[in-house]
Write a protein that binds this ligand. Structure first.
Ligand code: 48F
Length: 251
């Protein structure tokens, strides 16, 4: 029995990893923007892979507002919440949502739409080509190896598009900006100004360079936009917008 458990796991995981060596879209980060993007891209028929460093879904959702288990969204995000089956209560012109429900339903709908989510994997670099300049995939490492500090070479996953949905540090864009001649800086986000942040993040969501896109708080880091605190409509709308842009570029 024990040997069969091992074989079943390793055989099926290995078969899938071979398939995952090439995707249409790799989304880095299973937070609100990444999971939203995953659903809307995958349901259009694109082979979509989400890579998440942690062993959980939802990024910053789970902490609610300072660990109070609620988050909010604005009216404009209602259609997206409805698409995911996330319930809300209206209060003070805002939609109030249970953090646990939001995490679970974003992840479930992304998976049901065909996206593959792999936990415990960190993206540490990108694959690039320079004629013309384009991002063509990512270099990955087990998060456990990253945390251990061991010197272990990564492996590669190719894709036609990479979405940086890594949140406040814009990790993928930052490493690309440092190592390939993108000619951009990543100044980081500004202090809190919720209305402006919500509007400007959605407005600035999109392509960074051929093959590389920004969604969610990564957009704030890239464009020096303010933070907004535990209001999530902008994250959902940014995820949906990047899905539309990527789908159009790949079609
Ligand atoms: O931080 P996160 O939730 O990003 P987001 O989608 O949403 C931001 C909000 O949660 C909140 C906010 C607005 O309401 O201010 O903070 O922009 O999720 C990012 C996910 O990416 C993972 C990280 O563990 C988290 O779950 N991640 C970050 N860097 C990497 C990564 C990496 N290099 N490789 C893999 N996963």
């Amino acid at each position: 029995m024990e040997a069969e458990i091992t074989k079943a796991i390793i055989e099926s995981a290995s078969e899938e990893w071979v398939e995952l060596a090439e995707s249409d879209v790799i989304i880095v980060g299973a937070g609100p923007s990444g999971l939203t993007a995953a659903k809307y891209i995958a349901e259009k028929g694109f082979k979509t892979l989400v890579l998440e460093r942690r062993l959980s879904f939802g990024g910053g959702i789970g902490g609610g507002g300072m660990l109070f288990h609620k988050i909010v969204a604005e009216e404009e995000a209602k259609d997206i919440l409805d698409d995911f089956g996330v319930r809300y209560k209206e209060r003070r012109n805002l939609l109030v949502i249970d953090a646990a429900e939001m995490m679970a339903k974003l992840a479930a709908k992304a998976i049901d739409s065909g996206a593959k989510i792999i936990h415990g994997v960190s993206v540490e670099d990108v694959i690039f080509r320079d004629d013309p300049l384009a991002v063509r995939g990512v270099c990955i490492q087990w998060s456990a190896v990253e945390i251990s500090g061991l010197h272990v070479d990564p492996i590669f996953l190719r894709s036609r598009a990479v979405v940086d949905a890594t949140g406040h540090d814009a990790e993928v864009i930052s490493v690309a900006a440092r190592k390939i001649p993108l000619d951009i800086a990543v100044p980081g986000e500004r202090s809190a100004y919720s209305e402006v942040a919500e509007r400007e993040i959605v407005k600035n969501t999109g392509k960074v360079v051929k093959g590389l896109y920004a969604a969610g708080m990564a957009v704030a880091a890239l464009h020096n936009l303010p933070r907004m605190g535990p209001i999530f409509g902008g994250m959902l709308m940014s995820g949906k917008k990047v899905a539309e842009i990527v789908a159009e570029d790949l079609s």
